[in-house]
Design a binder for this molecule. Structure first.
Ligand code: DAH
Length: 368
């Protein structure tokens, strides 16, 4: 190639020779192509096109070359820098477009999504049923009565004709509190509210009492150590079993619909005499036991559903609670609220009421 001359020192020219300049250019173009995103490209730009990049340094050296060499070297370096800038511009365009596409996907806002989905929560089905029951009776002029969950043994049992040795005591598996000689229990039924009411009010008494009760039951699909009952009590002059029957028929229809009446089966409770179990006409098959040709699942083909217990208040209870049995008579009844909800809504597992899953409550409606 060009021969040696006094004014053209090949040693000095070497860094700006074709090979070196092309190598710098190619390294830059390769690095640009390899940059995977705009951040990496920024780094590559400063390394290969910045003030301290090999090509920028080479450019600076041109001035120091002998005049004959300047033109060639200038052209080579200039072309190489132009190629690098072009590659940078092209890669920037590609990466910017990619970044934008990615942003459009990642930051997508679906404007068709509902914007007001703020769950309001839902009232618990047991609360709703307790209120419904209370409303039915309040509409007839009754009052809602309440009592404590932690109750005196005497009110939970003795006042209700369940003396210490009464065999029916063991039917209600009781949570006793310590110390035992305080004789305090977690109430095993809502019936002590009957005693409390009679002890604190003069007849006529018309009260309904929904509330929690406790028994040492296993926690399974049909039992729970805590569940809910509703108690009703009437004490007035001339009250008979007929009033009880009429009241329960009205109650049944208010909760289960027109035509859903009750029947009584003889039974025993210490606090009522006579006593009965109350059954309800099956509100699904309306007493036929069959539905569309097959056995009704709600009443299991019986046509009737067991609902609760009831009876005429035992005079011994009236006496224990300071009510004159010569002048007054009364009736009482008690039902399970959870149980009522279970068959009314086909809930198969009692535990669903106590697991706190708002989706379960919501299925009963979100009326406030
Ligand atoms: N206390 C009863 C129970 O828990 C239910 C009951 C039955 C209540 C008859 C009553 C009644 O008021 O008259 O099993």
């Amino acid at each position: 190639m060009s021969g040696t001359s006094s004014s053209y020192d090949p040693v000095q020219v070497t860094p700006l020779g074709e090979e070196q300049v092309f190598a710098m250019r190619d390294a830059a173009v390769a690095a640009i192509a390899a940059a995977a995103d705009l951040d990496q490209l920024k780094q590559v730009r400063s390394e290969h096109a910045g003030d301290r990049s090999p090509l920028a340094l080479a450019n600076r050296e041109i001035g120091a070359l002998p005049p004959q060499a300047r033109k060639d070297a200038g052209m080579r370096v200039g072309q190489a820098r132009a190629a690098v800038n072009e590659a940078l511009a092209a890669r920037t365009e590609v990466l910017e477009a990619e970044a934008e596409d990615r942003m459009l996907v990642e930051e997508t806002v679906d404007v068709t999504l509902p914007w007001d989905r703020q769950p309001r929560g839902a009232r618990h089905p047991i609360t709703m049923m307790s209120d419904l029951v209370s409303d039915v009776f309040v509409a007839m002029g009754w009052e809602v009565a309440e009592g404590p969950l932690v109750e005196a043994e005497w009110l939970n049992f003795d006042a209700l004709n369940l003396g210490p040795d009464h065999p029916a005591r063991t039917m209600q598996d009781t949570f006793w509190t310590e110390p035992a000689d305080n004789h305090v229990v977690l109430r095993t039924h809502t019936s002590p509210v009957q005693a409390r009411t009679m002890l604190t009010r003069e007849p006529p008494i018309y009260v309904v009492c929904p509330g929690r009760v406790f028994r040492t039951d296993e926690y399974d699909a049909t039992h729970s150590p805590m569940f809910h009952q509703v108690e009703g009590l009437v004490v007035d002059e001339g009250i008979t079993m007929a009033h009880l029957k009429g009241t329960l028929d009205h109650f049944a229809q208010a909760v289960f619909g027109e035509g859903i009446t009750t029947r009584f089966r003889p039974s025993y409770f210490p606090f009522t005499e006579p006593s009965a179990e109350v059954d309800l006409v099956c509100f699904v098959c309306r007493g036929s036991g069959t539905l569309d040709g097959s056995t009704c699942r709600t009443c299991r083909g019986e046509g009737w559903i067991e609902w609760g217990g009831c009876g005429v208040v035992n005079p011994r209870v009236l006496v224990a609670c300071g009510v004159d049995p010569e002048r007054y008579t009364g009736f009482a009844f008690g039902m399970g609220i959870d149980r009522t909800l279970m068959f009314r809504h086909g809930v198969e597992d009692l535990r669903s009421f106590f697991e706190g899953d708002v989706r379960f409550s919501r299925a009963f409606g979100t009326e406030i």
